[in-house]
Ligand binder design. Structure first.
Ligand code: SF4
Ligand code: SF4
Length: 90
């Protein structure tokens, strides 16, 4: 049975946003999704320990307000389409 990704929950952390868990730009590495190779498998969403990846209209989006830059999403992505870039100070 096909998964309706739009029916999956959005980031619970973001919904119940709390200043204590907001990372903002607090990270050394920033994951960026290359959408040209993304298969929309949502494995990144499944593995993100901070629930910082949201699904919008069937595509993953990283909520940088809650991403700590751990790189797990990039490591687990089977298409290797998440790169880790240096976080620029804002
Ligand atoms: S794990 Fe990779 S291919 Fe799968 S949805 Fe995430 S970015 Fe796309
Ligand atoms: S780098 Fe870590 S916290 Fe950020 S989206 Fe990927 S898995 Fe989640």
């Amino acid at each position: 049975m096909a998964i309706n990704h739009d029916s999956l929950p959005r980031t619970p952390i973001a919904i119940e946003s709390s200043e204590e868990i907001r990372t903002g730009t607090w990270r050394t590495l920033k994951p960026v999704i290359d959408r040209t190779n993304c298969s929309k498998c949502m494995i990144c969403w499944k593995y993100c320990p901070d629930l910082a990846i949201e699904i919008r209209e069937g595509e993953p989006y990283i909520d940088y307000d809650y991403c700590k830059g751990c790189g797990i999403c990039a490591n687990e992505c089977p298409k290797k389409c998440i790169s880790l870039n240096k976080q620029e100070l804002e």
